[in-house]
Design a protein around this ligand. Structure first.
Ligand code: PEP
Ligand code: MG
Length: 555
């Protein structure tokens, strides 16, 4: 349904779409025990330290149970967060700091936990590392848990955990929800989550996606407590909350929900499964990424790896050449976050439509066929070596594969291999660790590369066909020019024949071959690729499950 068809009488709240799906329910605000605890002077500091210790152990036990629930609901990669929470509660620095506040200030344990949590939160937030910054929310979350247990032990509250007024189908509203709160939600009751703050990158959103709860975040001040109890519709894909909808809107959304739910239920059967064709041939189904920010989405898409990490985005987002350490830090985090799954990082593909000032590239009449990508790297070896050093150093953190863009000659590949060996010897000489057996592949995106793919296949571990460029170069149709879109046809027999040649030559040489151009998401094209024997497919994350379902019918 398009939004123009909705009645103007409805009250709309607009936020950021965080998880798709349509939900109905009454809005109910999460009720938390106050997170600000006043300081009381206590007499027996040892008894207060003991109170804290009991609550801490109780919290660790609760987190163990939460880990078990999450393992079942969300899988190992998400459940691990609660082991991190347990480790935080065991951290001597955290524990001693709290005991110190109790002893030196003769303060109550709740106050001490609060003060120390805020200090740690600040420290984490000021760190120059995404992973550590993410721990700021966690330290607040675990500390809130300890405080609730302290209050429960003191008889001030009846039980810890999620509390809200609503009964029946509930749209849970709050400023922000902690991951541990999200996993405790009763999916039979909470139909949607709406938050005034929050980001689409939070663990909460990842969990909500895995649990299939429609979610809208960052609604802002419009999400006011006066909405408590109101009936509403949440449209997760549009980031929309429709409060007090009229009959016509309810009817329209009910019909839409039936269609969406049926499609989703079908796709959910494929979550966590291997990708196999009807005849049982396994296919690696990966996702394309442009930055660290994409990794959460990729993980919740259930992709089996990253088939194309466009490293040039790091350069495009930077005001100057990113240093080796800056690059290393990003590659390391990508590999760590992908938990040992294969991550194919493409070396710099700058030039053509992707450029930024500090490169000071000379004006070219035909930049798409100019000094770009691997050609630029080979003409600026310091730039290339810096990237390769960063990649090799990061390789110890996961399953890295390196891929070269825009190859058109055998000499380029030989040159790049030589440079890679030089970088390896430098690192060895410096005693810097890296993995020896990193897969090394090339993109096939020029007709030249496709036609000499028999020669190239003996030099590399894999090919990845870049149909976006391969189509434009084969058909002499600029991909940037909208007027030429009818010429830019990947179904043209010239393109299909080149792909056929590439797959044949790869398999004859015993290497695997994938595709990472946009057309891989097209189901008709996909059928052709499967028929040709393609081994790996990399697409934008939202298409992963749909393609897994489709591949199961092909073969
Ligand atoms: C391609 O050319 O198909 C490709 C995947 O690379 P890019 O779109 O980044 O040029
Ligand atoms: Mg390309």
């Amino acid at each position: 349904m398009n939004n123009e068809t909705l009645s103007e009488n409805n009250l709309f709240l607009k936020g950021t779409p965080a998880n798709r799906g349509i939900a109905f329910g009454h809005i109910s605000f999460l009720q938390r025990t106050s997170s600000i605890h006043k300081k009381h002077l206590i007499e027996d500091v040892d008894a207060e330290c003991k109170r804290f210790e009991q609550a801490r152990l109780h919290a660790i036990a609760q987190l163990g149970a939460l880990y078990d629930v999450s393992l079942e609901k969300l899988g190992e990669q998400n459940a691990v967060l609660f082991q991190i929470h347990q480790m935080m509660l065991d951290d001597p620095d955290y524990v001693e700091s709290i005991n110190n506040v109790i002893k030196t200030e003769k303060a109550n344990a709740e106050y001490a936990v609060d003060i120390v949590a805020r200090k740690f939160e600040q420290q984490f937030r000021s760190m120059d590392n995404d992973y550590m910054q993410g721990r700021a929310t966690d330290v607040i979350d675990v500390s809130r848990r300890v405080n609730e247990i302290l209050m429960m032990h003191a008889g001030k509250i009846k039980k810890s955990g999620i509390k809200y007024k609503g009964e029946g189908p509930t749209i849970l509203a709050t400023d922000d929800l902690a991951p541990s709160e999200t996993v405790q939600l009763d999916q039979g009751k909470v139909t949607a989550i709406i938050t005034s703050a929050g980001s689409t990158r939070s663990h909460t959103v990842i969990f909500a996606r895995t649990m299939g709860i429609p979610t809208v975040v960052s609604i802002g001040d419009d999400l006011d407590e006066c909405l408590e109890g109101k009936f509403a519709i949440v449209d997760g894909s549009q980031g929309l909350v429709i409060v007090d909808p009229d009959e016509r809107t309810i009817a329209e959304y009910k019909s839409r929900k039936r269609t969406v739910d049926a499609q989703q239920a079908h796709l959910d059967q494929f979550r966590g499964k291997k990708t196999v064709t009807r005849q049982g041939r396994p296919i690696c189904l990966y996702a394309n990424a442009g930055s660290l920010a994409d990794i959460d989405l990729i993980k919740s898409s259930d992709a089996e790896g990253i088939g194309l990490f466009r490293s040039e985005y790091i350069f495009l987002q930077s005001k100057d050449y990113p240093t080796e350490d800056e690059q290393f830090d990003i590659y390391r985090q990508v590999l760590q976050q992908m938990d040992g799954k294969r991550v194919i990082i493409r070396t710099l593909d700058i030039g053509a439509d992707k450029t930024t000032e500090y490169f000071m590239l000379k004006h070219e009449d035909n930049p798409a066929m100019g000094l770009r990508a691997i050609r630029l790297c080979l003409s600026n070896r310091v730039l290339f070596k810096t990237q390769l050093r960063a990649l090799l150093r990061a390789s110890v953190y996961g399953q890295l594969a390196i891929m070269l863009p825009m190859i058109s000659t055998v000499e380029e590949v030989l040159d790049c291999k030589k440079i890679l060996e030089e970088v390896k010897s430098d690192l060895k000489a410096q005693g810097t660790p890296f993995k020896e057996n990193i897969e090394f592949g090339i993109m096939i995106e020029t007709p030249a590369a496709a036609l000499i793919s028999d020669e190239l296949a003996s030099l590399v571990d894999f090919f990845s066909i870049g149909t976006n460029d391969l189509t434009q170069f084969t058909l002499a149709a600029d991909r940037q020019n909208a007027d030429l879109s009818r010429y830019l046809n990947p179904f043209h027999h010239a393109v299909l024949r080149l792909i056929e040649i590439v797959v044949h030559n790869a398999h004859t040489a015993g290497i695997w071959v994938g595709i990472c151009g946009e057309v891989a998401s097209n189901e008709k094209f996909l059928a052709k690729l499967i028929q040709l024997g393609i081994d790996e497919i990399s697409v934008v994350p939202p298409n992963v499950l749909r393609l897994r379902a489709r591949i199961a019918t092909l073969g």
